[in-house]
Design a binder for this molecule. Sequence first.
Ligand SMILES: [Zn+2]
Length: 293
Amino acid sequence: MLAIDVGGTKLASAIVTADGAISAERRTATPRASDPEELFAALVALAKASVGEGGPPIEGIGVGCGGPMRWPEGIVSPLHIPTWRDFPLRARLADAFGVPCAIDNDAKAFALGEHWLGAGRGARALLGIVVSTGVGAGIVIDGQLVHGASGQAGHLGHVVADPDGPPCECGARGCVEAIASGSALERRGRGEPAAIAAKARVGDAGASRIYVDAGRALGRGIASAAALLDLDRVVIGGGVALGAWDLLEPPLRAELAMRARLAFMRDLRVTRSALGERAGLLGAGKLALDARV
Ligand SMILES: [Zn+2]
């Protein structure tokens, strides 16, 4: 299967087989194209390089793409890719490669990938969280992705963490994403998340506070999700979380211990991603494999 991961900062493609082997990985920065066709051409060129190197002909395509999107039609308007608005990505990729294409939210693909081959293996009720520019998540219960009424299930980023917190891009206030996302950190710390983390590590009180608040917001969101869904595992990935896990983990765990008090929630395992940047690609491959049966 051809697996594709479409993000605001990078595009990735690879060949993923039914036994979970991944090969012919290709990555490139997402072009700052103003023409939707230019961006699509760059994506197809990248994916064709993977196909060319990947051995036997592909049977299908799986794509994880930033939301929002019309699902399962795969008509995408990624928040962080302004060039594509109502772009029919699923149909266009199926045409370009002459095989069926399955597409879903990139955070749902992350959760599926971690459940299949990563830190979520064996979980009965998994929440996979991606903390990068935004905060996304996917839910896998009994081996199946949870979709919801319109395919949007898992928007942990818009669960309320602080009713009086900062305004969120969604129009509400105090959402997890408004406190813990890379954009929120940048806004508050006036710098890149990695630079704020470096300051926090040498004892800058303001920078430390930003990560403590982010960790606590994630802990609150996870506690709410655990109560609602009877989770047994949470896997956290994404560049911002993995780059500052040492700063996020302590406040996250402390907050979760304080908020998740019912007996069934106490054994909840929270770990970081085992697959790193490959989780999204492996999940995209699994989308294609699952769509085939
Ligand atoms: Zn929100």
